[in-house]
Design a protein around this ligand. Sequence first.
Ligand code: HSE
Length: 298
Amino acid sequence: EKIEIFAPATVANLSCGFDVLGCCLDSIGDTMIVRKNQINEIRITKITGQDLPTDPLQNVAGVAVYALLKELGSQQGFDIEIHKKIKPGSGIGSSAASSAGAVFAVNKLLDEPFKPVDLVRFAMTGEMLASGNAHADNVAPAILGGFSLVRSYEPFEVLSLPVPGDLRVVVLHPQIEIKTRDSRSIIKQNISLKSAINQWGNLAAFISALYTNDYELIGRSLKDEIIEPVRSILIPYFDDLNGVAMDKGALGFGISGSGPSVFALCKGEEKARDVKQALSNFFSTKDIAFDIHSSTIN
Ligand code: HSE
């Protein structure tokens, strides 16, 4: 018995929702093949595309599957193959794709003892291993699709949000590696009441805009005065890229997850193509390799 799945990339935070908001990209992702085995062991049998640990206790996919099987009280073994297209440290949920994909596949092979929202908790153990923090803003949209909002971590509650049909995401990945663990360590632990007011206003407005298909409001709400000023320093040409995307008519621009990838939200396929082209033209003149994608949210 085996299953082959697409494990999608995700954009976390979306500027206004640090650690609570994320969305699922449907054109970028890894492939995973998971089989039941008869030896009651979790094995990472193959990894292509990246050099990652095959010890299941050191691999986010293995750890997430252990968490699922432990709660189920099952001894079933699985062989997991991971074909990585998403680079670790790119800011588009590489570890999340592997842990979310693994628990999704294993749950299917076990005839779905868990609901998708329950799988998010297991996949979060992979994020803990990868970054030292069990955030859900990549794994939740990777499993549930579309936009996800974490209302609360304790007790854990996650909601799915609607996706306005014309929304497109352009993601530019400068090929430097920023570890989430490192880019979390530089964030301020305390913020002012004034910043908090601005931030929750923007997050609430963003959510409202998803329900009302208000693209202009989506753009106005994509703000981050807490994390972005600190993290953007690590991202080459961040301000220039922001300017290029906004000049071309992007709705908003920001850091994807913990970076170095950046994202622009756009209304419509054509606008996304223009913004992608402009960002690509700009970055081609710099001496840092990059890749760039345009995707729907699904
Ligand atoms: N919310 C997390 C962070 C996402 O920004 O650190 C990491 O991809």
